[in-house]
Write a protein that binds this ligand. Sequence first.
Ligand SMILES: NC(=O)c1ccc[n+]([C@@H]2O[C@H](COP(=O)([O-])OP(=O)(O)OC[C@H]3O[C@@H](n4cnc5c(N)ncnc54)[C@H](O)[C@@H]3O)[C@@H](O)[C@H]2O)c1
Ligand SMILES: [Zn+2]
Length: 365
Amino acid sequence: MKQEKSIHLDLGKNSYDIHIAQGEIDRLGERLETLAFKGQVAVVTNPKIDRLYGERVNKGLRKSGYRPIVIQIPAGERYKTLKQIGRIYDRLIEHRFERKDLLIALGGGVIGDMTGFAAATFLRGVPFVQCPTTVVAQVDASIGGKTGVDHPKGKNLIGAFHQPRFVSSDPAVLTTLQKREYRSGLAEVVKYGVISDERFFSYLEENSRDIRALDLDKVSKCIERSSEIKAQIVASDERESGLRKILNYGHTIGHAVETLTGYRNINHGEGVAMGMIAASRLAVELGLLRAQDVTRQVALLEAFGLPTRLPDLDPADILNVMAGDKKVMGGEIYFILPKKIGSVEVMKVDKKVLRRFLKALPKYV
Ligand SMILES: NC(=O)c1ccc[n+]([C@@H]2O[C@H](COP(=O)([O-])OP(=O)(O)OC[C@H]3O[C@@H](n4cnc5c(N)ncnc54)[C@H](O)[C@@H]3O)[C@@H](O)[C@H]2O)c1
Ligand SMILES: [Zn+2]
């Protein structure tokens, strides 16, 4: 076992630990034993992840005396639906799951959000554990208790807050991710540097080549620091009434780009990378940020193989999608804008200013 790191997320009676280490995936049974857990266990996953890691998870659980059942959901965001949640309930009922029994989410953010939602609602709430297997899931989706599914009218429209009993992140499982999937997750890692830790941002700059090449010790460090920052932010604002909003840095324009391109050519992390740069250029325009702090972000994102320029889209369309977004309050568009690397602020931006800015955006080099 490589060096292990545990981060405590303090949420009063909902507190839990985030364990990060190579080999964590084999230790879920041990972790449950430590909590003196005695009920039934269901591992929720998809066929691909099950093929890659199901056996190891199963073995670890059995070693500690658990007899897990496996519930498979087809892979992909398009199966993040209430219909699939219904199938999870069916299996739990079939196996006579009770309030004390537990679900394990083994997979990326899609599996994590769905398993969490099933756990939040089955029998009005059963315990669950996050075993995230993508960068996005390890540094973001598994931490903080936001669970849910999509609706044909929009992403994540149905959901609940439900905190896991613990999070078990194994950076070594990231080696089987598709390269593009891995790189796009790094956009969220960069985000943490910009919103709250300039030293971490410098670390990413200095080690960008090794991180991109999946040097596991350095990747572990990235997962640790990112998880720590997310945990701190969630601890101070569990229900997203204030500070937690800064996690949306890069997401306002990013989401609009994802939506307008039909989620096809641009994936989430790529949208976030473009969105962070657009937001930063806006911050420069508004006199909040120095131009060189945009250059640094562009260089780092490019070193990670991420795009930093928006595709050719009509500014009016971008504005319309942003105006219909959940992050809009009182008809005004709120942005997370950096003041420097390591610090952001939430600011209302006038739609006219935005339109002018978006029109001029393609001229930036
Ligand atoms: N709850 C939150 O706070 C939160 C935060 C961010 C994102 N999310 C949600 O997370 C979802 C995106 O998550 P994601 O980016 O992890 O995508 P994902 O869950 O769709 O996983 C991406 C792909 O990678 C595969 N995969 C997963 N782990 C693997 C591994 N170790 N090796 C090989 N392949 C693997 C999956 O089968 C899938 O095909 C979205 O639905 C988003 O809404 C939630
Ligand atoms: Zn994101």
